[in-house]
Ligand binder design. Structure first.
Ligand code: MN
Length: 193
């Protein structure tokens, strides 16, 4: 199983002015490509593991039959591959509102604004690099979660629905240290709600 860099469904400048073209291009062709290449390198050493879906491997990440350095690299690069794929897919230049999701968010959090407030708080308190997510917990209920580095919520029995990349490479060129402004503007390009 060889992973390939997923193609974007929109142009690099399509999310302007909220996410700039240069950031998108570097993020996709350098960062995401890098995670993809390294993932393939690691999996080439473990053909049995490479057969299995990443979701299953994340779920059982504690018991992966890899040496510890490879396991560390696998978590970082498989997470990097998977997390970015969802990040691109959940964004777009035009809204494609998921009405069922919006209803469920309203039922769970009270309103979209209340969800945004909780999600933004999770994004702001994540120290250093990582992600904030809207997830489905093991009982099926929506929840906000956050992971460090390229860890994926599936490693903690939570299934991501959408997530925001909080690594500086996702926003530094345009926003420098202003993560709050990036998070605020990101809602404009999240197409699902
Ligand atoms: Mn990234």
């Amino acid at each position: 199983m060889q992973y390939e860099l997923p193609k974007l469904a929109y142009a690099y400048d399509a999310l302007e002015p909220h996410i700039d073209k240069q950031t998108m291009e570097i993020h996709h062709t350098k960062h995401h490509q890098g995670y993809t290449d390294k993932l393939n390198e690691i999996l080439a050493k473990y053909p049995d593991i490479a057969e299995k879906p990443l979701e299953e491997l994340f779920h059982n990440s504690d018991s992966l039959a890899m040496d510890s350095a490879d396991k560390f690299n696998f978590i970082n690069n498989a997470g990097g591959y998977w997390n970015h794929k969802l990040y691109w897919e959940a964004m777009g230049p035009e809204k494609q509102i998921d009405k069922e999701l919006v209803k469920e968010i309203n039922d769970t959090f009270g309103s979209l604004e209340l969800l945004k407030a909780q999600f933004t708080k999770a994004a702001m308190v994540r120290f250093g690099s990582g992600w904030a997510w809207l997830c489905r917990g093991p009982e099926g209920k929506l929840a906000i979660c956050s992971t460090k580095n390229q860890n994926n919520p599936l490693m903690h029995s939570h299934t991501p629905i959408f997530g925001i990349d909080l690594w500086e490479h996702a926003y530094y060129l345009k926003y420098q240290n202003r993560r709050a402004e990036y998070v605020k503007n990101w809602w404009n390009v999240l197409k699902l709600m």
